[in-house]
Design a protein around this ligand. Structure first.
Ligand SMILES: NC(=O)c1ccc[n+]([C@@H]2O[C@H](COP(=O)([O-])OP(=O)(O)OC[C@H]3O[C@@H](n4cnc5c(N)ncnc54)[C@H](OP(=O)(O)O)[C@@H]3O)[C@@H](O)[C@H]2O)c1
Length: 247
């Protein structure tokens, strides 16, 4: 029960890694608030997590978090743990990248994630923890991944800067960077459906452990970094990737 009575906001908590983390926080006693875009999966997730509350908010619209922030302020007056996890993928070769595609991905994965933190910070008045989902894509050179990789690398810089700036307020900021993980994101990368099995098999082969991770295997390190067990850890980027980056 590492999160007994803690107030936790999971931004992008209605699917995959975010949902597994929201379930984990709640199972350890947290009051969980979560956001996402898709009302159906928000409703399903909230129904599966006793006491959780879900809100529709598109992270690329920086004012859209106003409703969830107001609800948390009214119910608890504070946020103890912020998990900024929302993200979308895109595989586009360099010569096919359009400015619109670039902006769409960066508006969610970089700009939106930064402003999600900024909008939540006024409620992070005590000691607290922020965890941000990065990706091994920020350090791996993968053809076709330029938009996503650059956004996640920028997000890494955001996390490091936040860690330095918030240390005096007792707020730790860390990043968890997954390797290939079995979540719905693989079907949302913009590739045609028939290309997905090939992508999955390519990704699996690239992992030294020769398998993809599960959302729960990413959620566990997220919970660790968000908890007091990680009280002396700030500014890190923890690769949770079956050995992709280090081996
Ligand atoms: N799976 C992997 O292999 C992998 C590897 C490295 C990093 N990651 C990162 O892990 C994070 C979670 O992804 P996942 O794999 O769990 O995929 P997922 O199941 O597709 O979950 C993505 C989450 O982000 C939310 N989201 C996306 N765009 C949003 C927007 N504009 N506004 C608000 N919420 C938005 C989604 O909500 P909706 O469903 O409502 O859109 C969903 O909750 C992402 O940051 C991703 O980049 C994943």
């Amino acid at each position: 029960m590492r999160f007994r009575d803690k107030v936790v906001l999971v931004v992008g908590g209605n699917s995959g890694i975010g949902r597994a983390s929201a379930e984990g926080f709640a199972a350890e006693g947290a009051h969980v608030f979560l956001t996402g875009r898709d009302q159906k999966t928000i409703d399903e997730t909230v129904a599966a997590i006793p006491g959780a509350r879900g809100f529709r908010a598109d992270i690329s619209d920086i004012e859209s978090s106003a409703e969830v922030i107001a609800a948390i302020r009214e119910a608890h007056g504070r946020i103890d743990v912020l998990f900024v996890n929302a993200g979308i993928g895109a595989f586009v070769p360099v010569m096919e990248v359009t400015a619109q595609q670039w902006d769409e991905i960066h508006d969610v994965n970089l700009r939106g994630c930064f402003f999600a933190v900024q909008k939540a910070l006024p409620l992070m008045t005590g000691p607290g923890a922020i965890v941000i989902t990065g990706s091994i894509g920020s350090v791996a050179a993968v053809p076709g991944n330029v938009i996503y990789a650059s956004a996640k690398a920028g997000l890494r810089a955001v996390a490091r800067t936040l860690a330095a700036e918030l240390i005096g307020q007792g707020i730790r900021v860390n990043m968890v960077s997954p390797g290939p993980t079995e979540t719905p994101i693989i079907n949302r990368s913009g590739l045609p459906a028939e290309a997905v099995p090939g992508l999955r098999s390519m990704m699996t082969q690239a992992v030294p452990m020769k398998r993809m991770g599960t959302p729960e295997e990413i959620a566990r390190p997220v919970l660790f970094l968000a908890s007091d067990e990680a009280s002396f850890i700030t500014g890190i980027d923890l690769f949770v990737d079956g050995g992709c980056v280090e081996l």
